[in-house]
Design a protein around this ligand. Sequence first.
Ligand SMILES: Nc1ncnc2c1ncn2[C@@H]1O[C@H](COP(=O)(O)OP(=O)(O)O)[C@@H](O)[C@H]1O
Ligand SMILES: [Mg+2]
Length: 421
Amino acid sequence: MAPRSGKTTGLAIPAILDAPGPVVLTSNKAGGDAFTTTFDARAAVGTVWTLDPQQIAHYPRRMWWDILDSAHDLAGAKRLAGHFVAASVDENNSNDFWSTAASNTLAALFLAGASAGRPVTDVLAWLASPSDRTPVDLLADAGHHAVAAQLQGTVSGAVETRDGIYETSRQYASCLLEPEIAAWVTRSAKLPEFRPFDFAQSRDTLFLLSKDGGGSAAAIIAAAADSVMRAAVAVAERSGGRLDPPALCVLDEAANVCRISDLPDLYSHLGSRGVLPITILQSYKQGKRVWGDNGMDALWSAATIKLVGSGIDDIDFADQLSRAIGEHEVQTTSVSRSESGTSTSVSMRTERILPPDQIRALPKGKALVLATGTRIALIDLKPWYAEPSAKTLGPASDAATASITDRALAKLTQDDFGACS
Ligand SMILES: Nc1ncnc2c1ncn2[C@@H]1O[C@H](COP(=O)(O)OP(=O)(O)O)[C@@H](O)[C@H]1O
Ligand SMILES: [Mg+2]
């Protein structure tokens, strides 16, 4: 669905309000969006955790999450590095030499940090000085000899190559250079820790906020969402196969703020474990830019319910949908008059039920539903603001939006004051 067609108001928000268990939301908008609209309702059923590293809601830091928590094994460290790569480059460029080498180096450093219980800021320090032997030693101490040798190989290789790899790695992880951003993902003695495993068994809410095109900070958001989904699957596997109540993961504006590279693979595991992902994209093409042609096709097939709304500006996709919807027989009656009288003939002709041009012209608020085992249906979305509960949700959202403005203003005045004094 194109921008402003009802993705957030008609899908994300109603799903969150109906969720019986824990909820994760990724979003690139704070005021007047899913964050402000659902905040109070979700705070009534559990703890609300807000990860707002780029301060799009100017939300005070009241939590910390250990970004290295999932990097205790090589697979986890690689996935974490992958989030930083995916946030910085498109799928098409993620396989060149520098990206791959930088991704491997980041993974090795994350693994070293996690194994030794170091904060992610130490990883940054190691990135700044490639000749520092500490990560190699930590990896060896933790028994990761092959990774240690690989990192040692990179560090002692040709200087130009090494510097190129380290510079690329630093770019991928650049968001962590901002102390304000890094603070959200490093240990704090004063603040409560967000723990994905506890979260999966709660009715809490995790709001993951990040700027549109947020660059490498989007990696933190993707890593947190990924971490929660994997923790939820692990908890489900330990407790009889399914999470009960199920966890809802709304990846709103997924292509902009939540590029989980292996989401297509992950998708097929989630549903059967009671972890329900909703991935919201502006177009099929947007998905292809993130996951590649095959990845997006896999994601599309793995989703058991697909919704296509207004603003599809892709002729091939519209035609594909039109063909999937099918044809029907249309009766045409023709009347001919001659001297001997009038004759009527009836003939049947097959026609597309919904031709591509009508799919492209779907009005706002309408959507096609493609669900496994049923025919494609045309439905009306039910945006939250048109429901009876809007009477309470509307004012709550307005108040939450107003407090974002207040916090922004307070910060401005503080900064002005700081500059003057
Ligand atoms: N509280 C509201 N009352 C009436 N209309 C609204 C409200 N909030 C959003 N809208 C309208 O709903 C439309 C869809 O918004 P939204 O769901 O945020 O779009 P998307 O997420 O697809 O970009 C927009 O045209 C917006 O103006
Ligand atoms: Mg939206």
